[in-house]
Design a binder for this molecule. Sequence first.
Ligand SMILES: NC(=O)c1ccc[n+]([C@@H]2O[C@H](COP(=O)([O-])OP(=O)(O)OC[C@H]3O[C@@H](n4cnc5c(N)ncnc54)[C@H](OP(=O)(O)O)[C@@H]3O)[C@@H](O)[C@H]2O)c1
Length: 305
Amino acid sequence: MSFQNLQDALYWLGLAVAIYFLVRVFINLAAAVLTYGLLPKANVAKYGKWSVVTGASDGIGKEFAIQLAERGQNIVLISRTLAKLQSVAQDIESTYGVKTKVLSTDFGRGDCIYDEIAQLIAGLDIGTLVNNVGTGPPIARFTEMPDPSQAIRNTVEVNIISVLKMTQLILPEMVKKQRGLIINVSSGGCVAPLPSLAVYGATKSFVDYFSRCISHEYEVEGIKAVCIMPYFVSSNLTLNAKPNFWLRSAKDYVRNVLAVTTTSTRWSHGCWQHDVHGWMGRNLPHKVYATSIGLVLQRIKNKQM
Ligand SMILES: NC(=O)c1ccc[n+]([C@@H]2O[C@H](COP(=O)([O-])OP(=O)(O)OC[C@H]3O[C@@H](n4cnc5c(N)ncnc54)[C@H](OP(=O)(O)O)[C@@H]3O)[C@@H](O)[C@H]2O)c1
């Protein structure tokens, strides 16, 4: 091959690669504009009549319960505080005319709670499972966590074991019916290392990995599993900070997430502002990214004290 031919071949190869990436960017942008611009209403009724939401009495989980009920779903709400659960359930029943079941339990207690959950949901036509409940130790370096043994056990039970056990309880029936939607709430925090939130971030990485595997394993059986990785959403976890451009309200955030579930994606940050945040996490030099997140966490930590 002459030098000129080699130059020509490299020119065409370079052009093809550039076009490939431009087309991909265009498709991704078009998908984002269609999803976040039009906010298509997820047709959750096609998966079944009931939705189960963990951590449903507050924050993001409460919004999932409300917005799924708005779409005609009967809701099973699970978290610790009975009074809050009953209040959300009553609001949902009176506003949307759907049925609810509540269970006050602590996912931090381990295996012993799942028999009661199994009894509660037995025989229900569950189409949607939202594995939302999550917690974490106070913001601190690994060796400086207060009461580390308890903090580690509790975070693993709530963030990891609950996702595995709830999926184990509900997925087999979904497989039998060849339909189901599972929304696993992870965190944008696990996109890149998060100093001072090592245990929390690591458990959320687990949720992300597990969710993607399940999504591939059961796709052929009509099951859709989507991992959602929020950055900052106004809730107790973020000390109910006032929503702004980056920090979304739970209502706005969940509306976007439900629109995302109508697409073919297996994971998402849940809204375009958090997608931009996620892009920075994956592409900025880690020191720059970690420093900027560190500043936000420091502000939250100062408020916690
Ligand atoms: N908000 C954010 O900026 C953000 C960012 C990234 C990821 N996330 C993730 O999003 C999910 C929801 O967070 P959120 O911000 O909505 O938190 P939140 O406002 O603190 O709400 C947590 C919900 O879970 C329940 N809960 C907490 N610990 C529980 C336990 N041990 N057993 C049973 N229920 C429990 C709480 O009710 P009770 O207290 O009554 O039990 C409440 O209903 C979590 O998985 C979190 O990691 C949130």
